[in-house]
Design a protein around this ligand. Structure first.
Ligand SMILES: [Cu+2]
Length: 431
C-alpha cells in the first residue's frame, strides 16, 4: 500500500513536469561548485534542487534564502560536509503552583554530506541529541503538553526530551529541466513534509532554548520513526508529499522504533524573494499519542517567515498557525509569532508570542471538573544571549529569558493569578 502510494506520487510529479515543461533541456549539474565558493552556503546548491543551500532547513523544509546558517562547511573530495550544533546548560525556574525548577542540558549535533553523482545529487543527513540525559520527564515548562514519560501519564507542564537519534536520512535529487527537479527523502528517524522548519532549525527560534508551547500543533512531527517524502521543485515553488509513522516517540529515548508508514502529509512551499518563505501543509496523523491509541489527528499548518539580512546583522520573524482536529475530542488552534535579531555576531535578542488551545492540562486528573476542557493560553517570552567573540569553530554565550502568561480565570487556582518563568543558560555553538 505504501509502495503504491509512493509510486503514484512519483508518477504524478513526473506527469506534472511533462505537462509544465514538454521539452526539458539538458539538465545542468545539480550543484556547480568549486573550492572558492564551498564556504559560502548562499552560493551552493542544496540537496533538493538547484537553489541556494541556505534555503534548506530541517528535513525537507524551506526557510528564506538569505537566512544565516552557522556551521562548518568543508569540501572533502567530492563530498561537501556541513556540521551544525549546540549544547545548552540551563537553569530553569517556572513560577506558580504548578511550576518547578530544574537544571538540565539540551543539545543537537547535525552532520550532513552531499555530492554530485551521475544525473543528480545524493545527500546524507544525521542528527543526534543528548537530551535523553535530562531524564524521561524532560524539563519544567508551564502549559507545555505532548508525549509521555512512562507510557501511562501525560507530560503536562513539561517539555519532553528529544530522542538520541533525531534524524538518519538519505536523499536523492535529480534535475528534470534547467529550473526544476524532483527529490526523494527517506529517514528513520526523519521529518515529514508537515509544518514550518522545526523550531531549533529556524533562525527566529533557535536561540530561544525553550520549546514553543505550540510545538504539538506546528512542528512536533520533526522526529518520526520512519518517513518517505517525494517532492517536486520548480523555481521557487516546492510541492511534496510524505508517508510516515504517526506515533510520537515514546519514553525510550535511546531507541529507534520503526513502525508502519500509516500517516501522510502534503506541503506547498514558496520563496517569492530571497527574504521570504511560506508554506501551507496538511497531515493525517494516525494514532500519534500512545495514551490515546484510537485517536487520529488531522493537522493543518500555514506559516510565513521573513528574513532581513544586514551588513553584520540578521533579523528573522516567523508567523505560524496550526490546527489539530482529532477524530475524537475538541479541535484546537495555535498561533505563533517569533523573532530573533542578531547584531554583530555577539548580541542576539529574541522573542516569542503564542496563543494555543490546551485541553490536556488536567488529563492526569480525569476526575477534575476541568478535565477535557479547552483553555486558551497565551505566552510571551523575551530573551537575550551574548556570545563572546571567538576565532574558533565554536563560540560560547550566556543568556536568559523571561516568560509571562495570560490564562482564563478558571485556571488561576491551579496556576496562580500571574505566573512567570525564567531560564538562564550558557551555550556552546558551532559557528
Ligand atoms: Cu520536538
Amino acid at each position: 500500500m505504501t509502495t503504491l502510494r509512493i509510486s503514484a506520487l512519483v508518477l504524478f510529479l513526473y506527469a506534472a513536469q511533462v505537462l509544465a515543461d514538454p521539452a526539458p533541456e539538458i539538465p545542468p549539474s545539480n550543484s556547480a561548485m568549486d573550492s572558492d565558493t564551498a564556504m559560502n552556503s548562499h552560493m551552493m546548491s542544496g540537496m533538493y534542487g538547484n537553489h541556494p543551500m541556505s534555503r534548506e532547513a530541517s528535513g525537507t523544509s524551506w526557510q528564506p534564502d538569505s537566512s544565516v546558517q552557522e556551521g562548518i562547511h568543508n569540501m572533502d573530495g567530492d563530498w561537501m560536509t556541513m556540521v551544525h550544533g549546540f549544547a545548552n546548560a540551563i537553569y530553569d525556574n517556572q513560577g506558580g503552583p504548578r511550576g518547578q525548577a530544574k537544571s538540565f542540558s539540551n543539545s543537537m549535533l547535525m552532520v550532513m554530506a552531499q555530492r554530485d553523482v551521475e544525473g543528480g545529487t545524493i545527500g546524507l543527513r544525521s542528527m543526534v541529541s543528548l537530551d535523553p540525559l535530562m531524564g524521561k520527564s524532560g524539563y519544567p515548562e508551564l502549559f507545555q503538553t505532548g508525549e509521555t514519560a512512562d507510557g501511562k501519564t501525560y507530560l503536562i507542564d513539561r517539555q519532553h526530551p528529544h530522542n538520541l537519534f533525531m534524524e538518519l536520512a538519505a536523499t536523492y535529487s535529480t534535475p528534470i529541466s534547467s529550473s526544476s527537479s524532483i527529490f526523494i527523502y527517506a529517514g528513520l528517524p526523519g521529518e515529514p513534509a508537515l509544518g514550518p522548519a522545526a523550531f531549533m532549525h529556524r533562525f527566529s527560534g533557535q536561540d530561544n532554548v525553550e520549546a514553543p508551547i505550540t510545538h504539538h500543533w506546528l512542528d512536533s512531527t520533526h522526529v518520526t520513526n520512519g518517513v518517505v517524502t517525494v517532492g517536486y521543485v520548480v523555481k521557487n515553488w516546492k510541492l511534496e508529499s510524505s508517508v510516515f509513522h504517526g506515533r510520537e516517540p515514546d519514553q525510550y529515548r535511546y531507541q529507534i522504533e520503526p513502525g508502519k508508514l500509516d500517516s501522510n502529509s502534503v506541503r506547498l512551499s514558496y520563496n517569492p524573494t530571497p527574504n521570504w518563505s511560506m508554506q501551507v501543509s496538511y497531515g493525517h496523523i494516525t494514532s500519534p499519542e500512545a495514551l490515546e491509541p484510537d485517536v487520529n489527528v488531522n493537522r493543518t499548518t500555514a506559516s510565513v517567515t521573513s528574513n532581513i539580512p544586514g551588513d553584520d546583522t540578521n533579523w528573522q520573524t516567523t508567523l505560524a498557525w496550526g490546527r489539530n482536529a482529532p477524530s475524537a475530542g475538541l479541535s484546537s488552534n495555535a498561533y505563533l509569532i517569533e523573532s530573533a535579531l542578531s547584531l554583530g555576531h555577539t548580541h542576539t535578542f529574541f522573542g516569542r508570542g503564542e496563543l494555543v488551545d490546551k485541553d490536556e492540562l488536567f488529563a492526569n486528573t480525569p476526575t477534575s471538573p476541568l478535565a477535557g476542557e479547552n483553555f486558551r493560553v497565551g505566552k510571551v517570552s523575551a530573551g537575550y544571549i551574548y556570545d563572546f567573540p571567538s576565532d574558533f569553530n565554536y563560540k560560547i554565550g550566556v543568556g536568559g529569558l523571561l516568560s509571562r502568561y495570560s490564562i482564563p480565570t478558571e485556571l488561576t487556582p491551579t496556576y496562580g493569578a500571574n505566573p512567570s518563568s525564567m531560564m538562564l543558560f550558557v551555550r556552546v555553538k558551532i559557528q
